[in-house]
Ligand binder design. Structure first.
Ligand code: CA
Length: 167
């Protein structure tokens, strides 16, 4: 797991938690170093701080996305909805708002690493057109295969991790 974070206290805590859980951790304290490390080591997952000294974490995510489908979890001090939408558009798979619980971060990382990558790309057109099983709980309907959620037939936008947790 590649951790790109310039705050040494957060880096130390997250690195410790991840290593306790058996993950191998690489750290980088700025965006350029992080991108270089991602190219050289092809991590299984990237945890990316939004406020880096050289450039914006969203820009790091965009650059990563040009060459890699690695899952990206963004750490952000901001809590604005617009910002989160931008992050997801930039290619982040999930985000956590600081201050965050290292244990929750661990749980999200574990969910993400258990999930097969690019599952939608592997789905054949014929399989997609088959009748999908919907799970219904009251007004909530979950199309597990299609990764879609509706409430009273209104689509709900979720991150990949939020969808997995819900499913
Ligand atoms: Ca920072």
């Amino acid at each position: 797991i590649l951790l790109i974070e310039d705050n040494p206290d957060i880096t130390r805590v997250v690195q410790y938690e991840l290593e306790q859980a058996g993950y191998r951790v690489l750290t980088a304290a700025d965006g350029i170093t992080g991108l270089t490390s991602a190219r050289e080591h092809t991590p299984d997952l990237v945890v990316l701080d939004l406020g880096l000294p050289d450039f914006d974490g969203a820009e790091v995510a965009r650059r990563l996305r040009k060459t890699s489908s690695v899952p990206i979890i963004i750490l952000t001090a901001m809590d604005a909805v617009d910002r989160k939408v931008n992050l997801l558009e930039a290619g982040a798979d999930d985000y956590m708002t600081k201050p965050f619980s290292p244990r929750e971060l661990m749980a999200r990382i574990q969910v993400m690493l258990r999930r097969p990558r690019s599952s939608t790309a592997l789905r054949s057109p014929s399989a997609a057109s088959e009748r999908r099983e919907l799970r219904r709980i009251g007004a909530l309907a979950i199309d597990v295969e299609g990764r879609e959620v509706t409430v009273d037939t209104t689509p709900v936008q979720l991150t990949r991790t939020e969808f997995d947790l819900l499913a």
